[in-house]
Design a protein around this ligand. Structure first.
Ligand code: NAD
Ligand code: ZN
Ligand code: ZN
Length: 341
């Protein structure tokens, strides 16, 4: 079968010679409908965040059950499902609470398809357990694939700040890409705070307005912090969600976050932050959340089924993976690119 494989630093190739896996025991084989292209793949490909193994890329996956191992119950051929991307041990307390993104054993094991183990940029994908599947009912797997990360990650980040996101507050979203464009819609739908969006291109800022941002700021501008403070006034932004995570965006976040606010850094842009007593207003919680839980993914499916969030999709073939990654490096993808076998 065909697959997009990571061979090492900056070496991604489309191969045709993989065997179609056969599921055993608890395993499930999926026929892939779509695999989302996440910026984290670029951190793997260009910066070596996962090293030493050859594997199939794609950690945002959805498809239809093709075949089940002999121990699997509750699923049948043709059922449409998402693959929850963080594969924990399944036994520790966080895993039992469905928070496999914070599994106690994360540092000891390869933890997901497309993240060291074979992922979904392929015709078929082997999932180790039906525990990791979330049914999507009438949703189309091609469109639903990015729910597993581009929607789940911002959803979980927003949910932890929900009590602070009331209608008399401001929230700032930095980076209106795959994750950020869904974050804007989730904020619009589940809380009242007024939304300020930042990106570095005018087309992304225009897109942000369509998705519910009341104000947009080009964060390339040296005085972006000042422009935001003109909007928020003295109270500043109660929550800042940084979907870039570069030193410059973290720095911007520290300047615009309010007393007792949340500065939430989701982007893995390799930025640095040096704590100093006067560098942050008192009471700020600075966090670096990672994905979300399995039950939160079910809630995200609910938002999508109610049409409260819509993922802007570009459809591409597996063969085009390298071109798509190049367009992502250049910030040229609107919403999410999805590879379709
Ligand atoms: P993307 O490439 O789709 O979007 C990035 C957006 O940020 C683009 O619109 C780009 O124009 C904008 N941008 C770039 N530099 C900027 C700057 N200085 N100021 C403002 N905007 C800027 O990326 P994505 O797939 O949405 O991923 C975003 C980040 O989140 C990546 O670093 C990715 O690795 C990370 N990520 C983290 C988690 C997690 O669980 N923590 C999960 C998924 C992705
Ligand atoms: Zn991702
Ligand atoms: Zn665990």
């Amino acid at each position: 079968m065909k697959a997009v494989r990571f061979f090492g630093h900056k070496d991604v190739r489309v191969v045709n010679d993989l065997e179609k896996p056969v599921p055993k025991g608890d395993e499930v084989l999926l026929k892939i409908g779509g695999a989302g292209v996440c910026h984290s793949d670029l951190h793997i490909i260009d910066e070596g965040t996962v090293v030493g193994t050859v594997f199939t890329l794609g950690h945002e996956n959805a498809g239809w059950i093709e075949e089940i191992g002999e121990n699997v119950e509750g699923y049948k051929k043709g059922d449409a499902v998402l693959v929850y991307g963080q594969w924990g041990c399944g036994h520790c307390k966080p895993c039992q609470q469905s928070k496999e993104n914070y599994c106690d054993h994360q540092s000891e094991q390869a933890y997901g398809g497309g993240l060291g183990l074979d992922g979904g940029m392929s015709e078929y994908m082997l999932v180790p357990s039906s525990r990791l599947l979330v049914p999507i009912f009438d949703l189309d797997p091609v469109i639903a694939a990015p729910l597993t990360d581009a929607a789940l990650t911002p959803y979980s980040a927003i949910k932890r700040s929900l009590p602070k996101l009331m209608a008399d507050e401001y929230v700032v979203v930095i980076g209106v890409g795959g994750l950020g464009h869904v974050a804007l819609q989730i904020l619009r739908e589940i809380c009242g705070a007024e939304i300020i969006a930042c990106d570095v291109t005018e087309d992304k800022l225009a897109f942000a307005k369509e998705l519910g941002a009341a104000f947009t700021i080009n964060s390339k501008d040296v005085d972006a912090a000042e422009q935001i403070q003109k909007i928020t006034g003295i109270k500043k932004a109660k929550v800042v969600l940084d979907f870039v995570g570069a030193t410059s965006t973290i720095d911007l976040g520290t300047k615009i976050v309010s007393l007792d606010g949340d500065l939430t850094i989701v982007g893995l842009g390799g930025g640095h932050y040096q704590y100093s007593m006067n560098g942050l207003p008192f009471g700020v919680s600075m966090t670096n959340p990672y994905w979300g839980s399995r039950t939160e993914l079910m809630e995200v499916v609910g938002l999508a089924r109610q049409k409260k969030i819509h993922i802007e999709i570009e459809k591409h073939k597996l063969d085009d993976a390298n071109e798509v990654y190049e367009r992502m490096r250049q910030g040229k993808i609107k919403g999410r690119a999805v590879l379709i076998p």
